[in-house]
Ligand binder design. Structure first.
Ligand code: ZN
Length: 81
């Protein structure tokens, strides 16, 4: 049993598309022919995530070393519809 992850996409103040998983922000690290690789925005944190090219979450690996950042999401960035 796994808890469903709540994911959405936001645009940062710098105009970059970011992935929001349970209020943790991920930035795109690299894209291959089938998979997008994201890593946590916090440089101290080692959590990585993978989605397919349709942005379906495939996998999250690791544990965050910091709390989630809902303030940053509602404050600086806007939701992508
Ligand atoms: Zn993290």
């Amino acid at each position: 049993m796994t808890t469903p992850n709540e994911i959405s996409f936001i645009v940062s103040q710098k105009g970059k598309k970011m992935l929001n998983i349970n209020n943790f922000i991920f930035k795109l690290n690299k894209t291959t022919g089938t998979t997008k690789y994201y890593r946590c925005e916090d440089s101290r944190c080692t959590v990585t995530a993978r989605t397919d090219l349709q942005d379906t979450l495939l996998n999250i690996k690791g544990d965050h070393c910091h709390p989630p950042e809902p303030e940053e999401i509602s404050g600086g960035a806007r939701n992508l519809d």
